[in-house]
Design a protein around this ligand. Structure first.
Ligand code: GLN
Length: 451
């Protein structure tokens, strides 16, 4: 049914870069046979999933939204893809994304823009707009995203879906094409909080192949999502994210959601995180610095594209020509920002200062979690904005991430879920943040709000 739906609507949405219909059918058939034979199967066996095209898939082209990787077929699976296969979720295909996950609108992909199923003239969010559009457009019941500065939560917010960025280190980064390694984290994109808990269970867990993988045990996500109980839970509203420049209807839906939680027995308090106002600036130094280093491997020698200039094709000129053609404008901008911030003489002023701000943001979180169990804010300042509105103005695009970025700087988990319809009848999102390893709290509060 989902493959038929993709066939019917993806020419409009362009949520998928690659559809793997045969593989998906084969897995579904194998699950049917196993079930008929009375075999014990994992809870999500047979439920299809779409995977952001940043996770490598054995034998299936993986592009990260870039011309640089067009036609590159990885010889191995990302750990989370291995988990999906072991749990026997049919993989429907690979979803569209901003090039190398840089963006908030899925407009920088080399494979065309993705449209928002709620309104085809609006952005689906980014960088993981393909995954969220696939879920919101009923092309897939479940999808995988990655969140470096909000790329799971902001697309969820603008497509009326649920998105979870787990605690840093709790879902393996092995086989995810790295953007900013100290910030990247993969997680579920779904239509309900319980679905997210179930999918989170499948993809998470310790992985010796990821040096930052966490060994600690976690709470029971599914039980937390089903408990619907927030009595006594202390919810802290981040004062610094009660911005006047957030859309008034987005703020109204946020306040209503808080009122519902209060009715259900939660305690709502205001908390101050004074260093959050510097988080965006620190992120846009740290992220490009790490990305510039991670993207150095795309040199025309090892992966994908190779452009050979006619005149004097030395190795250096091949690299320059390949990178010149293979990377889009936003990726080049960030490589320039990153190499500048890391360069000798500027390192202390830029990268070094940004790392200090990162520590201050972490301290704000630590202080807040002494007073409350979870933090809350609107996920994004506005509903889905029109396609083309911000793509030529990076500053306005970056400002969209103001509420989501602090969680990545601190490594803490976050969830976005719908708070209701705001401007132009489009969905708005509310975000909850919990302390590291406290992901079950997100499922508890999210499950209760959804109910
Ligand atoms: N929009 C943010 C950026 O462009 C976040 C991207 C992400 O989370 N991958 O950096």
């Amino acid at each position: 049914a989902h493959l038929e739906r993709i066939e019917a609507v993806d020419s409009d949405l362009n949520a998928f870069i690659t559809v793997t219909a045969d593989d998906a059918r084969a897995t579904a058939d194998a699950v049917d046979s196993a079930r008929a034979a009375g075999k014990q199967l994992a809870p999500l066996a047979g439920v299809p999933v779409a995977v952001k095209d940043i996770a490598v898939t054995r034998g299936v082209q993986t592009t990260a939204g870039s011309t640089m990787l067009e036609g590159w077929v990885p010889p191995y699976d990302a750990t989370l893809v291995t988990h999906l296969k072991q749990a026997r979720l049919p993989i429907l295909g690979k979803t569209n994304m901003d090039e190398f996950a840089m963006g908030s609108s899925t407009e920088t992909s080399a494979y065309g823009i993705t449209r928002n199923p709620w309104n085809l003239d609006r952005i689906p969010g980014g960088s993981g707009g393909g995954s969220s559009a696939a879920v919101a457009g009923f092309e897939a019941p479940l999808a995988i995203g990655t969140d470096t500065g909000g790329s799971i939560r902001q697309p969820a917010s603008v497509t009326g879906t649920v998105g979870v960025k787990p605690t840093y280190g709790s879902v393996s980064r092995y086989g995810l094409i790295a953007m900013a390694s100290s910030l990247d984290q993969a997680g579920p994109c779904t239509r309900t909080v319980e679905d997210a808990a179930l999918l989170h269970d499948v993809i998470g867990g310790y992985d010796p192949k990821d040096s930052t993988s966490i060994r600690d045990g976690f709470g029971d996500f599914v039980a937390a999502a089903r408990s619907k109980d927030v009595k006594g839970l202390r919810v802290g509203v981040i004062e610094q994210l009660e911005h006047d420049d957030f859309d008034p209807l987005v703020r109204a839906r946020f306040e209503e959601s808080l009122a519902l939680l209060e009715e259900a027995g939660a305690e709502i308090v205001r908390v101050s995180c004074p260093n959050f106002e510097y988080a965006l600036g620190a992120y846009y130094l740290i992220m490009p610095s790490e990305a510039s280093s991670n993207l150095a491997k795309f040199d025309g020698m090892r992966f994908g594209l190779r452009v050979i200039p006619e005149d004097n094709p030395t190795a250096e000129r091949v690299m320059a020509a390949t990178r010149g053609e293979g990377f889009g404008a936003e990726v080049k901008r960030r490589i320039l920002l990153g190499t500048y911030a890391l360069s000798s003489g500027y390192y202390d002023a830029y990268y070094g200062s940004a790392q200090k701000v990162r520590t201050l943001v972490q301290r704000d979180f630590a202080a807040a979690y002494e007073k409350v169990d979870v933090l809350a804010s609107p996920t994004a300042p506005t509903v889905a904005f029109p396609l083309g509105q911000k793509v030529d103005n990076p500053m306005t695009m970056y400002l969209n991430d103001i509420a989501t970025i602090p969680a990545n700087l601190a490594g803490v988990p976050g969830m976005s879920l719908p708070s209701g319809l705001a401007e132009d009848g489009l969905p708005a999102g509310i975000q909850f943040l919990a302390p590291a390893l406290g992901d079950d709290r997100l499922y508890r509060v999210g499950g209760a709000l959804e109910a």
